[in-house]
Design a protein around this ligand. Structure first.
Ligand code: HEC
Ligand code: HEC
Length: 284
């Protein structure tokens, strides 16, 4: 018998005794008692045909305890990594004798950056992620070794940069020169991979709100990345997460930093246009 996607999801859900559909909650995410985040927003125009009626941050699908960790920077374990990112920001490395601070001064100069990436870079003639831009600066402006694409140092730096845009609405551009990559990302999102023949959409669009293997399925948004996961007690990058999700369908996956994952990141980011940048968020 050949599994189709829906039976595969159903089988995964049945594999969990006591699996129930659990609706996302109506809580509000306010950070440090003062910064209100937009965690639910109307569907972006390009998602008119999607099988959902609003977009929601992954925060809504977590337990009260996990949610609370993101509501106060003293409790958010991701903040330790932001501090490490700040040390990296000020560290002179490479042949040119520069640190990030040499050219960009304070990290606050990065305000707004996380909200609009991935974005088309005219000079490079390609869509760039924040990670690609960081490595571009390390190699070409510092004469330093690039960070590993999903390395701890990369995640730290991405968290520091994301924090400067916290609370700003995600607003990636999907037309103009970026459109081709966006289309490519969309195609990947709806392609069924692996033995389970599951697409991103089968889980994160058709089944969000349901329990799957003891996990409450979210919409798979990336507005909260990089994300501190309780499961591995470190910051996780978006491409690391994509890789894990594809592997769970028992498929071979694309490489972090590959064209495919850059396209997918652009597309998934655009599905969150209107949600607040939350990075570093906390998930299980
Ligand atoms: C020698 C100067 C120099 C150094 C050192 C440098 N950068 Fe840059 N950076 C630039 C310039 C110039 C740009 C804008 C042009 C471009 O895209 O290359 C830029 C752009 C960026 C952007 C994109 C900003 C935007 O508005 O889109 C990010 C992110 C960034 N740099 C991060 C870093 C980080 C992190 C470091 C340290 C690891 C660093 N840079 C080191 C000169 C530098
Ligand atoms: C078999 C079902 C399944 C498939 C297929 C799947 N995922 Fe996931 N994904 C999960 C589960 C379970 C989680 C953890 C709970 C949650 O946040 O939804 C998760 C989490 C995520 C998260 C983290 C969300 C957050 O707020 O931290 C992202 C991003 C994500 N997935 C993207 C994708 C993308 C992109 C694809 C397609 C390449 C994909 N997933 C395919 C099951 C799936």
């Amino acid at each position: 018998m050949k599994f189709n996607a829906m039976t595969a999801v159903a089988a995964l859900m049945l594999a969990l005794p006591g699996a129930v559909a659990a609706d996302p909650d109506d809580d509000n995410l306010v950070i440090n008692g003062e910064q209100e985040m937009t965690t639910k927003a109307p569907l972006p125009a390009h998602m008119e045909d999607a099988n959902m009626d609003q977009i929601m941050s992954g925060w809504h699908f977590r337990s009260d305890e996990t949610q609370a960790l993101e509501m106060d920077d003293f409790d958010n374990p991701g903040m330790i990594f932001v501090d490490a990112g700040r040390d990296q920001w000020n560290a002179v490395e490479g042949s040119e004798g520069n640190s990030c601070a040499t050219c960009h001064e304070d990290p606050s100069s990065m305000e707004g950056v996380r909200a609009v990436y991935p974005k088309w870079d005219e000079k490079a003639g390609e869509v760039q992620t924040v990670a690609m831009q960081i490595n571009d600066c390390r190699e070409n402006n510092m004469g330093a070794e690039p960070y590993g694409y999903t390395s701890g140092q990369m995640a730290n730096m991405e968290a520091l940069i994301a924090l400067q845009s916290r609370g700003m609405p995600v607003d990636v551009t999907i037309d103009g020169p970026a459109e081709e990559m966006w289309e490519k990302g969309k195609e990947i999102y709806y392609t069924r991979y692996g033995q389970l023949e599951l697409s991103c959409a089968n889980c994160h669009e058709d089944n969000y709100g349901n329990m799957i293997r003891a996990d409450h399925l979210s919409q798979g948004q990336i507005n909260g990345f990089p994300t501190y996961r309780l499961k591995n007690a470190r910051l996780n990058t978006a491409h690391g997460r994509f890789k894990g999700c594809i592997r769970d369908t028992r498929a071979h996956t694309f490489d972090p930093g590959s064209d495919e994952f850059v396209a997918l990141e652009l597309y998934v980011a655009s599905r969150g246009n209107g949600l607040s940048v939350e990075g570093p968020s906390v998930r299980n």
